[in-house]
Structure formats: structure tokens, C-alpha cells
Design a protein around this ligand. Structure first.
Ligand SMILES: *[C@@H]1O[C@H](CO)[C@@H](O)[C@H](O)[C@H]1NC(C)=O
Ligand SMILES: *[C@@H]1O[C@H](CO)[C@@H](O)[C@H](O)[C@H]1NC(C)=O
Ligand SMILES: *[C@@H]1O[C@H](CO)[C@@H](O)[C@H](O)[C@H]1NC(C)=O
Ligand SMILES: *[C@@H]1O[C@H](CO)[C@@H](O)[C@H](O)[C@H]1NC(C)=O
Ligand SMILES: *[C@@H]1O[C@H](CO)[C@@H](O)[C@H](O)[C@H]1NC(C)=O
Length: 208
């Protein structure tokens, strides 16, 4: 009898641990279809998606990402919202960067809202000044890079992507800003860190 109870408890906790372990690993990301894959860039057709966004009047990418993500979006997903609900961490975090690095402009930092809210995530507490954004389906050119995304390397990565797109006569749609996508927390080890530059594009196939 006692053995049976112990056995039951053992199985029960094993299942709980296994499930929560898997949940920790299953970080959600927006879904896309691969339209084109070249050695130095990809074109992805992203599905409709919902984002929580923080506009920052920043002076640099580094500063804006910290202000937007670490202080505002972080609080939202940790319960500073109308339901006091915790929202699972997702990837990537997106930061829109004005094309011209010399001009200080508006940066926008966004986090993907995971599935399960049917497009209606909890309302952010007003003092956080966050906005819920719906994105239509969108064609995005993507270039991957490793290490840390920083003020001193993002421009170079963006220029490399623009050069690759010009070679293939892909039309750049968004003329105000490009996006830096961060996949890893800043505490993650520099090996195998993933970042991407994103640029909205059009005129490629019937999809874009
Ligand atoms: C995109 O979303 C639609 C409707 O929500 C869904 O039917 C479709 O499977 C999704 N496509 C991908 C690639 O996830
Ligand atoms: C992505 O698509 C898969 C399969 O269609 C679906 O199960 C999953 O919920 C989708 N993820 C998001 C974030 O929409
Ligand atoms: C890219 O496309 C999305 C969806 O249409 C739009 O909301 C966004 O402003 C565009 N540009 C950037 C830099 O995100
Ligand atoms: C990164 O992690 C690997 C494996 O955990 C370790 O061997 C390596 O020394 C770490 N590198 C740095 C820069 O911390
Ligand atoms: C960074 O994120 C990518 C994509 O989710 C993942 O494959 C990689 O293992 C992560 N790197 C680290 C150091 O956690």
C-alpha cells in the first residue's frame, strides 16, 4: 500500500517536472514560411502576429533596448497588466532603429505575444505607456549574426543586408527604420547567441 502511494507520488512529480521542463524550453516565436534562402540572407513571410510595444525616445539602440525591454516590457509580462497575469517569455525581442544613426529618433521595442490570447492580451498598466500592436502578414528580409547586438555593429549588419537585397533587386518597403531581433537574454554566454537584422520588403514573389 505504502509502496503504491510512493510510486504514485514519484510518477506524479516526474510528470510535473517533465512537463514544466518542456514548457521552459518551448519559447514561442511568430510563425513564418520561408520564401527564399540565400547564403547571406532569407526572405520570410510572417503570419499575422500580436506584439506589445514600448516607444522610446532614445539616443542609441543599446540604451533604447534597455529602457524599453528591461524596465517596461519586463514589468508587463511579470504582471503589470489588467489581469495581473504572467505572460510567458517569447523570442525574438524586436527593436526598430531609425535608418540614419546620426539622427536621434524614436526607437520601438517589441515583444511577441504568445498564442492563447486570441489577439486580446491583457491591457498594460497605463504608467508603462505600452501599446498592443497587430501586424498583418508581412514579408521580411533577414540576416543573422552572432555575439551581442550593439551600437557599434548593427549598422554594419544592416548595410550588408541592404547590399545583398540590392543585388537581388528586392524592394525595401520601410524607409524609416530597420529592426534588430534579439533571441537571447543578455546573461547568455556569447557562444551561440543569435541576432537578426530585419527589413520589410516587397515585390519579390506573389506572396510579397
Ligand atoms: C497562419 O495563421 C493561419 C490563421 O491563423 C493558420 O491557419 C496558418 O496555419 C498559419 N500559418 C503558419 C505558417 O503558421
Ligand atoms: C505556429 O503554428 C503551429 C502549427 O500550425 C501552431 O501550433 C502554433 O500555435 C503557432 N504558433 C503561434 C505562436 O501562433
Ligand atoms: C513592417 O511591417 C509591419 C507590419 O505591416 C509594420 O507594422 C511595421 O511598422 C513595418 N516596419 C517596421 C520597421 O517594423
Ligand atoms: C560559454 O559556455 C561554454 C559552455 O558552457 C563554456 O565552455 C565557455 O567557457 C563559455 N564562454 C564564455 C565566454 O563564458
Ligand atoms: C539563443 O537563441 C537561439 C534561438 O532561440 C538558440 O538556438 C540558442 O541556443 C540561444 N543561445 C544561447 C546561448 O542561449
Amino acid at each position: 500500500m505504502e509502496t503504491a502511494v510512493l510510486h504514485f507520488l514519484f510518477c506524479f512529480f516526474t510528470i510535473i517536472c517533465w512537463c514544466s521542463g518542456n514548457m521552459v524550453q518551448a519559447i514561442q516565436s511568430p510563425n513564418y514560411t520561408l520564401i527564399l534562402s540565400e547564403s547571406d540572407f532569407q526572405i520570410r513571410l510572417y503570419n499575422e502576429s500580436t506584439w506589445i510595444s514600448a516607444r522610446v525616445s532614445g539616443t542609441s539602440f543599446d540604451q533604447s533596448y534597455k529602457l524599453g525591454f528591461q524596465s517596461r516590457l519586463y514589468q508587463y509580462i511579470h504582471g503589470a497588466n489588467s489581469d495581473s497575469s504572467k505572460i510567458a517569455f517569447t523570442a525574438p525581442a524586436l527593436t526598430s532603429v531609425p535608418w540614419s544613426s546620426s539622427s536621434s529618433g524614436d526607437y520601438t521595442v517589441r515583444m511577441f505575444i504568445p498564442s492563447g490570447f486570441e489577439g486580446k492580451p491583457p491591457v498594460p498598466n497605463p504608467e508603462l505607456k505600452l501599446r498592443i500592436e497587430k501586424w498583418k502578414s508581412e514579408c521580411i528580409a533577414v540576416r543573422k549574426f552572432s555575439g551581442y547586438a550593439k551600437d557599434d555593429n548593427i549598422n554594419k549588419e544592416m548595410e550588408a543586408l541592404v547590399t545583398a537585397l540590392n543585388k537581388q533587386s528586392v524592394t525595401i518597403q520601410d524607409t524609416n527604420s530597420y529592426i534588430i531581433a534579439n533571441y537571447n537574454a543578455s546573461s547568455h554566454n556569447t557562444t551561440q547567441r543569435l541576432n537578426e537584422v530585419w527589413i520589410n520588403v516587397s515585390g519579390l514573389t506573389t506572396h510579397c
